[in-house]
Design a binder for this molecule. Sequence first.
Ligand code: LRH
Ligand code: MN
Ligand code: MN
Length: 389
Amino acid sequence: MTDPRTRALAALGEQTIELPSWAFGNSGTRFKVFGQPGVARDPFEKIEDAAQVHRYTGAAPRVSLHVPWDLVDDFGKLAAHAADLGVSIGAINSNLFQDDDYRLGSLTHPEKRVRDKAIAHHAQCVDVMRATGSTDLKLWLPDGTNYAGQDDLRARQDRLADSLQQVYALLDPGMRLLLEYKFYEPYFYAMDIPDWGTSLLHCLALGEQATVVLDTGHHAPGTNIEFIVMQLLRVGRLGAFDFNSRYYGDDDLIVGSADPFQLFRIMNEIVAADALRPDSGVNFMLDQCHNIEPKIPGQIRSVLNVQEATAKALLVDREALTAAQQSGDVLAAHGALTDAFATDVRPLLAELRESKGLDADPYAAYARSGHAERTARERVGGTQASWGA
Ligand code: LRH
Ligand code: MN
Ligand code: MN
């Protein structure tokens, strides 16, 4: 039997985290977007910046795209550009929230013409997947209602089920539909996919290629997120995470910054279910915006935070934990988790990076590289990420 550190190193060496393209463009709140010097101006530059995160962390080899934010003439060229830089295209995110036709909904809209338009947008996304080699179609449904009685809640679910079936039928074998939920916003009375239960019900009705996306910022305060992780893993329907941190709403802050213990508890369920394996079907993605902090270092920090939470989860003494649980020793069982959480795993991760030929401190290595200064000089007129503007 290998020792826990060696096993942890092996598992950490295989872990990958997917980066969102929109983290590399200017972003803000509805009050103000603060432009940053050197920010990526187009999808090609966003991928260049994502590749920097991978270069220094060695753990972020994929980039999610958002259509139409990342629309280009030739997606094959974009995928080749990514491959040249040592990364690949991850999930393709559809966009159902920025069209005047969608005021009353998209896939749930009372009018068939609008639903058909929203379905057709997914056909466009599937074409992007074919051109880029992506296997995950990620759908976040912004539909909902603001007032009781505004529309028939049940009829909206029926229309949604029908529309989703048509989207699902567009998938090739080997492609997946990742269905995200969110409890509020942009509508405030009833979202049409407000929770994991609703998302799961639709996924079960669709078939095996449909799985749930858990965005850590999309729950009511106080929700036990690791319980949801465990439950979705039990039924084999946890398709992906959108990692970020929140204090209040859908804050999209750096993952692990607000509540590192929560991130550890989530990763603990992942490790306990052996879902860290690269073939587990769980895609560990980030969904964050860096409104005031620099983008690339912000993403590097996020990757390090996920790695640290994972390392701690891997160091949980599972035998001691099970023994304490079985004997009803409440405090020893809880202590098995808190001991692991209290471990300083930074030396272990430094060792991992050095064994891969990386700098032990990716954050400092990027800062020294001169990339930020070079892009600030060379890239004039950064674009807005379109989100939260
Ligand atoms: C919605 C969301 C979803 C979008 C992304 C930009 O709040 O989490 O994943 O596609 O933000
Ligand atoms: Mn999300
Ligand atoms: Mn979100």
